[in-house]
Design a protein around this ligand. Sequence first.
Ligand SMILES: Cc1cc2nc3c(=O)[nH]c(=O)nc-3n(C[C@H](O)[C@H](O)[C@H](O)COP(=O)(O)O)c2cc1C
Length: 332
Amino acid sequence: MVITTKLTQRLGIAHPIIQGGMHYVGYAPLAAAVSNAGGIGMVTALTQPNAEALRSELQKAKSLLRSADTPIGVNLTVLPQLKSPDYPGIVQVLIDERIPCVETAGSPKCAELWAMLKAADPDVCIIHKCTTIRHALKAESLGCDMISLDGFDCAGHPGEHDVGNFVLQPIAARKLSIPYVTSGGVGDGKQLAASLAMGAEGVNMGTRFMATVEAPIRDEIKRALVSGDENSTTLVMRSLKNTERVYKNAAAEQVLQIEAEHPGQIEKIYHLVKGDNYRASFQETGDTQSSIWSAGMVMGLIDDVPTCEALIEQMVAEAEEIIRGRLATMVR
Ligand SMILES: Cc1cc2nc3c(=O)[nH]c(=O)nc-3n(C[C@H](O)[C@H](O)[C@H](O)COP(=O)(O)O)c2cc1C
């Protein structure tokens, strides 16, 4: 059972499924499990405290891969931050460690980092994640290899334009010249088949991979994803034009209340939205309510915690059955 696309061919992977970067989730065990299952996993660079720690994490990930030629990727997010991470140092680690695929996200400054990566290895595959066609076209013009297009249903940062994947994806098919994958809200094989039908070369998933055996987060968080549904998210930081789709909990309700009273004032909510809070929930306490953490509407499609291999096999089998079976029988 094989679905061959430009994504699988370019990366030499069996299945057209990417595990997107996830802060405080995208550690070596998850990324390696996804790559070992035939997709491609992404170690999240900024989850590591510095470039040398990232090097260790990548070496750990590689030691977990089933073979030396199983590819693994890295997510590199470039967001405006008070204290900028050491991006050149991080890129040097990716070059030294011969990472074949880098998923970038965030500001156009990413293009400077792509140039460094391409100068060291012209074959490195740069997948840039964005939420609008305008940004995707810009990224294409600046030389990335593929786009990961996040629709409004996605976890994390859906942008400010609120276009769902049912419209966004076919527009990408019309307008982009480089390959792209569907990101946001994906969790089953029906959506994989639909994404391919609309023009994508595969899918990128975040939330669905959090609810897997290998995701290195507390079971309480995984259980919250299973018991949550498509209505269990909310959008915080809209008033700052830095919208984030998060799990709807007590902390998120508090942020929304403060934003209603003090729109656009990050200093009023910073103590609630800062990343350290959810690192503690994910890694230490398992408390689902006390921190702001990204999660997507795809919770409505999550009802188990499988291994990454079982999840990917099941998704690909379902997509294949739809393409060969249900859809084929409709055409006369
Ligand atoms: C907990 C969590 C943390 C995330 N952190 C990042 C990040 O640091 N950088 C990034 O580019 N995307 C991040 N994302 C977004 C994912 O890579 C992916 O684009 C998104 O989850 C897709 O939507 P889905 O969750 O509906 O599959 C994060 C998502 C989640 C759920």
